[in-house]
Design a protein around this ligand. Structure first.
Ligand code: 5RP
Length: 237
């Protein structure tokens, strides 16, 4: 059963705070996007005030603004192409640590940052843990080729919709200047194959399917009072 807003926020806070404890002095880390990572930023800010030295690569304008507000020094993948760890949220995580991300439209930078990190720390509340990935897969597309990409995505068995902005008329424009397609799938039988097939479509920048991070992923599942921590040893084959 889905939790109340307060219990979900408490679970995200517990997970986000626990992730902040995994950051060590001198680390360069990836900072994901969303409400769960916001709590990591908040907690990290206290640890920096207490004396640890950390730099973060933000995955969105929102995260960059929050990190600056909370006193977290920022850097870039140009200056730090290898990260000690990346901390991010997710929308769904299956028992093999395959994920769907991108509710916040930051999926492309999130995937680049996760791929640059030795460890990928995923912070979620319990409701995000699912037996199988299903439903909407966000896909970032070049506006120039969005219509043609939509036709090819339909061929993969989904119904793609251009994501509409809320406080702006027209489509959501990502931090990279592109569109987001929310691709509604009835079933995702083979997430790895689907991620590869979507990536092969001309005009697709990235999809929110993250299927290749099992080996270096730690999932922190927030609960109201404490968290469960799963690592690759817990992946169900
Ligand atoms: C943004 C994302 C987020 O990490 C994901 O949607 C989870 O967000 P939240 O922690 O707010 O539930 O992928 O693009």
């Amino acid at each position: 059963m889905a939790g109340t807003t307060d219990t979900v926020a408490a679970a995200k806070r517990a997970a986000g705070y626990q992730a902040a404890e995994m950051v060590e002095d001198g680390m360069v880390i990836g900072l994901g996007t969303g409400s769960s990572v916001f709590y990591t930023i908040e907690s990290l800010s206290g640890r920096i005030r207490d004396g640890i030295s950390v730099a973060g690569v933000p995955t969105s304008y929102q995260t960059a603004m929050r990190a600056r507000e909370y006193g977290i020094p920022l850097t870039t993948l140009d200056d730090n192409p290898v990260l000690d760890l990346a901390i991010d949220g997710a929308d769904q995580v299956d028992p093999q640590f395959r994920m769907i991300k991108g509710r916040g439209a930051a999926l492309t930078r999130e995937k680049c940052v996760a791929a640059a990190a030795f460890r990928f720390i995923v912070v979620v509340d319990e409701a995000k843990m699912v037996p199988r990935l299903t439903g909407i897969v966000p896909v970032e597309t070049l506006p120039f080729a969005t219509k043609t990409a939509m036709a090819q995505l339909r061929g993969l068995g989904c119904r793609p919709f251009i994501r509409e902005a809320v406080k702006k008329d027209g489509p959501v424009i990502t931090d990279n200047g592109n569109f987001i397609l929310d691709c509604q799938f009835e079933e995702i039988a083979d997430p790895e194959a689907l991620e590869a097939a979507i990536a092969a479509i001309p005009g697709v920048i990235e999809s929110g399917l993250f299927t290749r991070f099992q080996k270096n992923t730690t999932v922190i599942i927030g609960k109201e009072k404490k968290c469960s921590v799963l690592t690759s040893a817990d992946v169900v084959p």
